[in-house]
Design a protein around this ligand. Structure first.
Ligand code: SF4
Length: 58
């Protein structure tokens, strides 16, 4: 299911991944929702945003 990109920041999220389709300048994320993986991670280094989509496609 494709996540909607809003025309405003999702105020609950700070993200610096400026190569993501959902990234907005100012370290914002404009995805309506995100998913974080994986299960059983032991520290923050092991986790990542599963909603990430490269901004350079098509
Ligand atoms: S979808 Fe994930 S990686 Fe992309 S801007 Fe939002 S929080 Fe960052």
């Amino acid at each position: 299911m494709k996540v909607q990109k809003m025309n405003r920041p999702n105020e609950g999220i700070k993200c610096v991944v400026n190569t993501c389709h959902y990234y907005m300048s100012g370290d914002h994320c404009a995805a309506e929702k995100i998913e974080v993986q994986p299960k059983n991670a032991l520290d923050s280094q092991e986790t990542d945003c599963a909603t990430f989509t490269p901004s350079v496609q098509g």
